[in-house]
Design a protein around this ligand. Structure first.
Ligand SMILES: Cc1ncc(CN)c(N)n1
Length: 229
């Protein structure tokens, strides 16, 4: 069986190679106008509230997806520390769901009567398909890395010096833009790259397609938050 190999001739890892190769779509996901508007202090608060209500629904569906990644790590990973990284991520979702509830009450967003919008439903359906036992650990962990990294890069942008993020949105940006979350994303990236290095080329190809799908679902999610469907 052919091996996928790790990265390009310059010694870049597979995920770093993809990020460069697919730079235009990667930037559409990580520098979306919704995020740039937060950073510039011009975000429409109705859009922010829409994002908040929809993201709570998404995170609830992210829990079983991540549980499926954990299960695959336990069964398919040759590295015991993978399980600890994924378990840490899963455990932090409990705190994240509580954060959504307190943030929603602050903004008068009614989480339990918010219906999922089309882009969210489609993204959640995609997560459900990735949770299938037929999807390999390599593909699932690549999706996990991409999903977390889009939020990390996006919200970190709103915390950079020179940004004019409104004070009442700083807490939201810190949740995903903080340095600790950045290190957590790097740990997931190292897992994905290690797996991709040893993977057969057809699995590497599938993982790259899933990476691109995640970027496109993320763009649709931001568009939905801006009021476009
Ligand atoms: C849509 C979306 N993508 C990613 C994340 C980060 N877990 C999130 N909360 N929501």
């Amino acid at each position: 069986m052919e091996r996928g190999g790790n990265g390009d001739a310059n010694g870049k890892s597979t995920t770093a190679t993809w990020t460069n190769l697919h730079r235009p779509i990667y930037e559409r996901a990580t520098r979306h106008p919704f995020i740039l508007a937060i950073r510039e202090g011009t975000v429409d608060i109705a859009a922010f509230k829409r994002w908040l209500g929809q993201d709570y629904i998404f995170v609830r569906d992210f829990v079983p997806f991540l549980a499926s990644v954990l299960l695959k790590a336990c069964k398919q990973s040759d590295e015991p520390s993978d399980m600890e990284v994924i378990l840490g991520g899963l455990a932090s979702l409990s705190d994240e769901l509580s954060w959504f509830k307190s943030e929603a009450s602050k903004w008068d967003v009614h989480l339990y009567t918010t219906a999922p919008q089309k882009a969210n439903l489609e993204y959640c359906r995609f997560l459900q398909s990735l949770a299938s036992p037929e999807v390999s650990y390599i593909v699932a962990v690549t999706a996990f890395w991409a999903i977390e990294t889009v939020y990390q890069e996006s919200f970190a942008l709103c915390l950079e010096s020179g940004s004019e993020t409104p004070a009442e949105l700083i807490d939201t940006c810190r949740r995903w833009g903080n340095a600790g979350f950045g290190q957590y994303c790097q740990s997931i990236q190292r897992i994905a790259d290690r797996c991709l290095e040893k993977a057969p080329s057809d699995e590497v190809k599938k993982a790259e397609e899933v990476f691109l799908s995640v970027l496109s679902y993320e763009i649709n999610f931001w568009n939905m938050s801006c009021g476009e469907s």
